[in-house]
Write a protein of this length. Structure first.
Length: 244
């Protein structure tokens, strides 16, 4: 679920303009209504709190939506939302849907949730004169690219696991096909990054298989597995959980 909440202006309350940036808020740990306490304990033990479905959705959006067509930079914020605020993506997260929130980079609170009025010479209210329509159009392109890319992708692999039966500096990963669209999968990719890196830095195309062993220690990096279609469209990466 992509929530666009307060995306109408690129000008902050101090007059600063940031017309080519959109913030993207993305939750870490899923609520316990979605993820069991035992799964959460496992996630924490492997350092997977930054690789939840919502976070990997945000990484996907940034990867596909920063281009010459959108002219936008997607600033991923690793938080559910801003302080003292809440968005319509939250109930989706609480019901198990990966969900994120787009919000303009610099806010002017005089034009949010205000009665239209003039007070001490200052205009309050959410009025068309304060909208940046070119900025809004670019935000719409970011959404369009993200949705199109999700629709074109083969979906996410399921039951993604990493073998932890023995001490080894190699990493063996297993996975099952996406729940739908398996016929469109032409290859799988393993992506990884340093545990301190925010976004994927490396990728290996491993072919149309459901198991691979890489000469790379699972202790040093964070892995993800994603599907790729014949036209090169890639899906959202999935964090492997340990199997002993």
């Amino acid at each position: 679920m992509l929530n666009n909440d307060i995306v109408g202006s690129s000008t902050g309350d101090d007059g600063t303009k940031d017309p080519y940036v959109i913030r993207l808020f993305s939750q870490g740990l899923p609520p316990l209504s979605v993820e069991s306490s035992s799964t959460r304990e496992t996630r924490l033990s492997i350092g997977g709190e930054n690789d939840t479905p919502a976070r990997n959705l945000a990484r996907f959006i940034k990867e596909v939506a920063e281009n010459s067509a959108t002219q936008m930079n997607v600033s991923v914020i690793y938080r559910l939302d801003r302080y003292l605020r809440s968005g319509d993506h939250r109930p989706f997260l609480e019901n198990g849907y990966p969900a994120v929130r787009f919000t303009e980079p610099r806010e002017d609170f005089a034009h949010q949730h205000q009665n239209v009025r003039v007070e001490n010479g200052k205009q309050y209210g959410d009025l068309p004169q304060f909208c940046d329509f070119e900025f809004i159009a670019r935000v719409a392109r970011v959404n369009g690219v993200a949705l199109w890319s999700l629709a074109q992708s083969p979906g996410a692999p399921t039951n993604v696991r990493v073998n932890t039966t023995a001490l080894t500096n190699d990493s063996t990963l297993y996975w099952d096909p996406p729940l739908a669209g398996e016929e469109s999968v032409k290859s799988y990719e393993v992506v990884w990054r340093a545990t301190s890196a925010p976004f994927w830095t490396d990728v290996a195309d491993v072919g149309l298989v459901n198991q691979v062993t890489l000469h790379l220690s699972k202790d040093n990096v964070v892995f993800g597995v994603r599907a790729r279609s014949a036209d090169g469209s890639r899906g959202v990466a999935v964090l492997p959980f340990p199997v002993a």
